[in-house]
Design a protein around this ligand. Structure first.
Ligand SMILES: Cc1cc2nc3c(=O)[nH]c(=O)nc-3n(C[C@H](O)[C@H](O)[C@H](O)COP(=O)(O)OP(=O)(O)OC[C@H]3O[C@@H](n4cnc5c(N)ncnc54)[C@H](O)[C@@H]3O)c2cc1C
Ligand code: SF4
Length: 480
């Protein structure tokens, strides 16, 4: 009888790829996890229990065929594993690196529920596609036939790029407009290199360009070209502009120098550390933590990226203030652990009340101690202040990482009839991305609010199908 290649979770323990030591990784911006060696990837994939109803798959926003590509990896059929993996995911090696797997696929792995430790799905996904790139299995985009219709995509983040990829493969003429100088959106300028090295994004951008996608960079829609001009140039338009308006903090001293926005800080760091760009605000020290006492306010993934960036820039100390406790923070527990290993101190149950300053520059954060009170309407315990427990936390750089909101696009772009929700996100059908304007679709964070890369990819793929349906209706295009 053939040997059973799977279900090894009882005998083979869970093993992540090797993680570099904290002392080493504090000094650079390279990824912290190594690649699996071939045998290790096979072994770890063989732990999958091949469930009849795979919960990992149903909790992956892309419904990746995880048990199938784990089985193919375990049995050495890696090229087939890659074919199956890329059939449902435009950027599997990116998701393998940065999806919060503990909340998605891996968080629903049944062998985890039985106490054996989840299959390392993300790491195997990354291994499969990195190997495919290395072996030349990732083929250039070559449409079987060209189509005359064109689609304008505003925003070169994962949502826009996933749609560009699908539409171009179908032969559509695709132009992507972006206000930055490099494509990738937050993959390029938001997420630091220690989570996602920039060459991984760059080779995808180059693949799209080589496949015939036209990129119009340094083009801020609403300023350099109007939305109506883009609409007039193309048969359909996709809005994938993300959310960039930072939530702010008030209180005394809130306008002091040295209190900066997370995304300004991370963008400057990504430009300087990963691309070697000259960034005046980084060079002047304004957006550089070197030698400073840094306080980051917030408990999400952006805050985790800021604290870990500050460590790498050589901060004197890095503290993170969050108003709930560890169990109730929105950021990934894996990232908190990485940050702690690297030397970040977390001050749980603390909220800023204001700032002290010296000569116009921030000198400290006035901190209010909190406790968790009764659950709110969502069942989450609300933080409430503890009277008489305030203190001042010394700081000469304060980074605000409190989340993002959408810009008011209809107003910024002067567009009538583009409906938005009460949160300011664009009103679009979730399964198609159709907006209130004919031939205009929207995807990613600008529809969902700040979300995840994997959801932006899912939206981009869904919308591309809806756009193809739209282009296939002769009346829609002829009606221009
Ligand atoms: C610091 C940080 C860390 C994160 N870490 C993770 C993580 O680890 N895992 C994860 O899954 N998600 C993470 N996210 C969330 C994730 O990055 C986003 O959900 C995802 O990038 C959204 O994709 P998008 O295509 O909708 O928008 P974006 O990636 O924001 O791309 C939008 C693009 O539109 C362009 N644009 C905007 N307005 C205009 C205009 N008027 N004209 C022209 N171009 C315009 C922008 O320049 C940008 O390139 C993180 C987010 C941040 C901020
Ligand atoms: S795309 Fe994300 S959620 Fe889906 S299998 Fe990969 S890592 Fe898991």
């Amino acid at each position: 009888m053939a040997k059973q290649p799977m279900l090894k979770f009882v005998t083979v323990p869970r093993d992540m790829p090797e993680k570099r030591g904290a002392d080493e990784r504090r000094t650079d911006f390279h990824e912290i996890y190594a690649e699996y060696a071939d045998e290790k990837a096979k072994e770890q994939a063989s732990r999958c229990s091949q469930c009849g109803v795979p919960y990992c798959q149903s909790h992956c926003p892309l419904h990746n065929n995880i048990p199938d590509w784990l089985n193919l990896t375990a049995t050495g059929r890696l090229q087939e594993a890659y074919e199956i993996s890329q059939a449902t995911n435009t950027f599997p090696e990116i998701c393998g690196r940065i999806c919060p797997q503990d909340r998605l696929c891996e968080g629903n792995c049944v062998i985890e529920q039985s106490g054996h430790g989840t299959v390392t799905i993300g790491s195997v996904e990354k291994y499969i596609t990195d190997t495919a790139w290395e072996k030349g299995w990732v083929k250039p985009i070559k449409p079987a036939q060209e189509r005359p219709e064109s689609v304008g995509i505003i925003g070169a983040g994962p949502g826009g790029l996933a749609a560009a990829d699908m539409l171009r493969r179908a032969g559509v003429q695709v132009t992507v407009y972006d206000r930055y100088d490099r494509a990738g959106g937050l993959l390029t300028y938001g997420i630091p290199g220690f989570k996602l090295e920039k060459d991984v994004v760059k080779r995808r951008n180059e693949q799209l360009e080589a496949g015939g996608v036209t990129f119009v960079m340094n083009c801020n829609v609403g300023e350099d070209i109007s939305f109506e001009d883009i609409r007039a140039k193309h048969d359909a338009v996709l809005i994938a502009t993300g959310v960039y308006q930072s939530r702010d903090l008030g209180g005394p001293g809130a306008g002091s120098a040295g209190i900066v926005k997370a995304l300004d800080y991370l963008t400057a760091s990504n430009r300087a550390a990963n691309f070697g760009d000259s960034v005046p605000e980084f060079e002047s020290g304004e957006l550089n933590a070197n030698g400073k006492k840094v306080v980051v306010i917030g408990g999400g993934d952006t805050a985790m990226d800021c604290v870990r960036t500050a460590i790498r820039q050589g901060a004197e100390s890095v503290k993170c203030l969050y108003r709930r406790d560890r169990a109730n923070m929105p950021g990934s527990q894996r990232e908190v652990q990485n940050a702690e290993e690297e030397g970040v101190q977390f001050e749980w149950l603390t909220a800023p009340k204001g700032f002290t300053e010296k000569g116009g520059k921030v000198a400290g954060v006035m901190v209010q101690k909190m406790r968790l009170g009764a659950p709110d309407a969502t069942g989450r315990q609300s933080p409430e202040p503890i009277e008489g427990a305030d203190y001042v936390e010394d700081a000469d750089l304060v980074i605000k990482a409190l989340g993002f909101e959408p810009e008011d696009l209809p107003k910024l772009w002067g567009v009538d009839g583009l409906e938005v929700t009460r949160w300011g996100t664009i009103k679009a059908e979730f399964t198609t991305g159709k907006t209130s304007l004919d031939g205009v679709f929207a995807v990613g964070d600008i529809v969902r609010g700040a979300s995840l890369v994997v959801w932006a990819i899912r939206d981009g793929r869904d919308a591309s199908e809806a756009i193809l349906d739209y282009l296939n209706q002769p009346a829609a295009v002829a009606a221009e």
